[in-house]
Design a protein around this ligand. Structure first.
Ligand code: RP5
Length: 162
């Protein structure tokens, strides 16, 4: 297995059904990645080491998903210059608006690229990470172009009754 270029991290096992969507698209595009549970609240030391070591280990992007008081993406961004892509996980209590607000409102100086709430955000997080890796990988760039062409071709011109 090739060294991971993308880190997929999440605050809890309960985030995996959402974050699996990021993993699925990276598999499809042939981007090597790792998936880890790294909680800002429950495993702060793990978060610190992950952020500190990310650049040195060759990670080029981190897709970080969390729900509720979703500090994980922002805390990671404060520990690494590797671009962090935040995925707000949908919550039962507040529908994920809590996650979105927690991730999107970063103070000046420590950006997090924030995706949509839920599965669409996780897919787009994976795609965004792949596009970052593709800046220095022409083969991957070609696969992403092909993937986008296929998606466009699959959209019918006229609606039909289901
Ligand atoms: C956050 O709390 C996690 O990212 C998760 O979305 C949320 C709930 O976690 P669990 O109580 O399901 O482990 O830290």
């Amino acid at each position: 297995m090739a060294e991971p270029k993308v880190g997929i991290v999440m605050g809890s096992q309960s985030d995996w059904p959402t974050m699996k969507e990021a993993a699925r698209i990276l598999d499809e595009l042939g981007v090597p990645y790792e998936a880890r549970i790294v909680s800002a609240h429950r495993t702060p030391d793990r978060l610190w080491s992950y952020g500190k070591e990310a650049a040195g280990r060759g990670l080029m992007a981190i897709v970080a998903g969390a729900g509720g008081a979703a500090h994980l993406p922002g805390m990671l961004a404060s520990k690494t210059r590797v671009p962090v892509i935040g995925v707000p996980v949908q919550t039962k209590a507040l529908g994920g608006l809590d996650s979105l607000y927690s991730i999107v409102q970063m103070p000046r100086g420590f950006p997090v690229a924030t995706m949509a709430i839920g599965a669409a955000g996780a897919v787009n997080g994976g795609l965004m990470a792949a596009q970052i890796v593709a800046l220095s990988d022409p083969g991957l760039a070609g696969r992403i172009d092909g993937w986008r062409d296929d998606l466009s071709a699959s959209i019918p011109e006229e609606p039909r009754d289901e």
